[in-house]
Design a protein around this ligand. Structure first.
Ligand SMILES: [Zn+2]
Ligand SMILES: [Zn+2]
Length: 268
């Protein structure tokens, strides 16, 4: 637990929390209030929907930060004696002096092997791996929806309300808010779209980079590259989000995850 609390002490992570709080408070208590008024029916409705998106963004963010991305179980040994896994990864980590399950990679920042490692994320101050990938994608989805919603409220406020931009502080506040909301919308939406692409192919960011040569060779010989773990879009979603669709958007519903050492491979 102490190690988990340490994860919260990081400048990039705290800057994400501050940006999220800034966007939430300025959107609800200034832009929405000035535009519709939070006492009106339409103002309350917008505030409830936006608050729900903000709550889900915060909640899934903290679940992603505080969930261990996945360690190699002690005494793990590969089932086959091949020198490499089907995905082409080495089966032995020289730094940890232990065997690695398929899709596991050594993180130089965390200084350990991480199951189904996607990437080390400085914004959550830990790796995105097998156990926290679901919460990370749910975070990206809600951050994207929430920041785009904030953008709509901000622009509506700008267009429908008379502003006195002769006051320098008001001009600066609107410029800063517009910049923060625009950057949040662009970065979270592009992050979410990227992970939808990876999810569609059951690929990690590391595997995407590693497969570039295979993809190029397949294209050159007129064939379509198929990732070995790609079981088809819907099946890939079930592997990440679980078989019960009612729990797809719950970041803590991860009972469907196994020990992260075995992954089904496509027969195609
Ligand atoms: Zn290692
Ligand atoms: Zn890491």
């Amino acid at each position: 637990m102490a190690e988990k609390k340490h994860r919260l002490v990081s400048v990039p992570l705290l800057s994400v929390i501050c940006s999220m709080l800034y966007v939430y408070c300025s959107t609800v208590f200034i832009f929405l209030d000035e535009w519709l008024g939070i006492g009106t029916a339409s103002g309350i409705l917008n505030a409830i929907i936006f608050s729900w998106l903000a709550f889900m963004t915060f909640f899934s963010f903290f679940v992603a930060v505080l969930t261990d991305p996945g360690s190699v179980p002690p005494f793990f040994a590969p089932a086959v004696e091949d020198a490499r896994h089907d995905s082409g990864d080495a089966v032995y980590c020289e730094k940890c002096c232990s065997y690695k399950p398929p899709r596991t990679h050594h993180c130089r920042v965390c200084k350990r092997c991480v199951l189904k490692m996607d990437h080390h994320c400085i914004w959550i101050n830990t790796c995105v791996g097998y156990k926290n990938y679901k919460s990370f994608v749910i975070f990206a989805l809600h951050a994207s929806l929430g920041s785009c919603y904030a953008m709509v409220i901000f622009v509506s406020n700008l267009m429908q309300k008379e502003h006195d931009f002769g006051i320098v502080s008001a001009k600066l506040f609107y410029a800063l808010s517009g910049l923060v909301i625009l950057s949040a919308s662009l970065s979270s939406t592009s992050l979410f779209c990227w992970h939808v692409y990876l999810l569609a192919h059951n690929m990690t960011t590391i595997e995407y980079r590693g497969a570039q040569k295979d993809r190029w060779l397949a294209n050159r010989s007129g064939q379509k590259y198929r990732h070995p773990f790609d079981l088809g879009f819907f099946q890939n979603l079930i592997l990440i989000f679980g078989p019960n669709m009612l729990k797809w958007f719950c970041p803590t519903a991860v009972g469907h995850l196994g020990d992260g050492t075995q992954f089904p491979i496509s027969n195609d």
